[in-house]
Design a binder for this molecule. Structure first.
Ligand code: AMP
Length: 359
């Protein structure tokens, strides 16, 4: 089968790599001259609104999917007239907008932190009264990796915040004093089969994911799966979804969903029986899903801004290096390392060994 992907970054690259052994041919549409997926897939260089290019992508694909949620609605609508698009555009529209996302969680009974919409400076006052402080003020769309958000610690931070975030539609969310951040990556097939990877514990710094630690058998698994299953079924979803949550005590609060493969699922390439990328490709192509069980223990470390010496990583036992073929830039995800071992003790030793080797 032929799979079209909107976006040609590292997620599309890893999707294409997972598709190769299954005989799936990938074409990406991306405005960049040499997006990193183009090394392993066909590439149509064009803007996402370029109707002629979208038509070419549709003609080159049996099914189209995407690697990011900020895809213009018009592009998806144009494609959906010509070819199957998974996940459906409703999931994309929901995942693109933090207010829609949280409203859907609320409608489905999935617990979240308190939140309120902010469409004007005056709204911000009433939202603060409703949600309380401290709180996090976020742009509804286009925010990622901690961009487009500001923490309001107290009343003194409120004046000017609407201005500082660019006078765009915002959402104010109560600040959660979480014990940990977790995510659940799940996948639904075209026949409704739902499968879930073990919950991963995620460490963020400066709003960017740094490390993910899958926790098979975690006590949060049952509630996290119930939330994700509700979402998958409500959205009649096909493909991989990620649900990011805060855990505070025994409360699990949904923060956001990503209607795509997710950074907190990269460990599945070596750490699970079937990777999130292979399962997304299987799902959108109408193929049976693969087992989502973890294979031993693993940990994923993002390589951000600069790369460690390749030889030091490759020489570390159990370390698997993934380079995205992207130039160094501050805050940019350039690759990741998955460390794998058969048991928890050895995994700890291997992570320590890798840290020591990388200084
Ligand atoms: P987000 O873009 O919503 O994923 O936010 C990026 C990071 O900011 C999260 O991973 C958290 O570490 C932090 N954060 C976001 N929203 C909240 C919140 N309501 N309470 C506490 N921390 C938050």
């Amino acid at each position: 089968m032929r799979v079209g992907i909107l976006g040609g970054g590292q997620l599309a690259r890893m999707l294409a790599l997972a598709g190769h052994p299954l005989g799936l041919h990938v074409t990406v549409l991306d405005p960049g001259e040499a997006p990193c997926a183009a090394a392993v897939a066909g590439h149509i260089q064009a803007d996402y609104e370029d109707m002629a290019a979208l038509e070419r992508l549709a003609a080159a694909s049996d099914v189209v999917t995407y690697e990011f949620e900020q895809v213009p609605e018009a592009a998806v609508a144009a494609l959906a007239d010509r070819v199957a698009v998974h996940p459906r555009s409703e999931a994309l529209g929901t995942g693109r907008d933090r207010l829609h996302e949280k409203s859907l969680f609320r409608e489905l009974g999935i617990p979240t932190a308190g939140f309120a919409a902010v469409d004007s400076e005056a709204d911000l006052e009433s939202a603060v009264a409703e949600v309380g402080l401290p709180a996090v003020l976020k742009t509804r769309t286009m925010g990622y990796d901690g961009k487009g958000q500001e923490v309001l610690e107290g009343e003194g931070n409120v004046p000017g915040a609407w201005e500082r975030l660019g006078r765009v539609p915002l959402i104010l969310e109560a600040m959660v004093a979480f014990d940990r951040e977790v995510s659940l990556v799940g996948v639904r097939g075209s026949d409704g089969d739902c499968r879930f990877y073990p919950v991963a514990e995620n460490v963020h710094r400066d709003g960017i994911l740094r490390e993910s630690f899958p926790r098979p058998g975690d006590p949060a698994q049952v509630a996290a799966e119930a939330n994700a299953r509700t979402l998958l079924e409500r959205l009649d979803y096909v493909g991989v979804i990620a649900l990011e949550m805060f855990q505070a005590g025994d409360r699990l609060l949904a923060n956001e969903m990503a209607p795509r493969v997710h950074n907190s699922g990269h460990w599945t390439i070596e750490g699970a029986e079937t990777s999130q990328f292979a399962n997304h490709m299987r799902g959108v192509c109408g193929l049976p899903l693969g087992t989502t069980e973890a294979v031993g223990g693993s940990a994923m470390i993002n390589l951000i801004g600069e790369l460690p010496p390749t030889n030091a990583v490759l020489a570390a036992p159990g370390a698997h290096l993934h380079l995205y073929d992207k130039g160094p830039r501050r805050g940019r995800k350039l690759g990741h390392i998955t460390v794998r071992a058969d048991d928890a003790e050895r995994l700890r030793e291997r992570i320590q060994g890798l840290s020591a080797a990388l200084g």
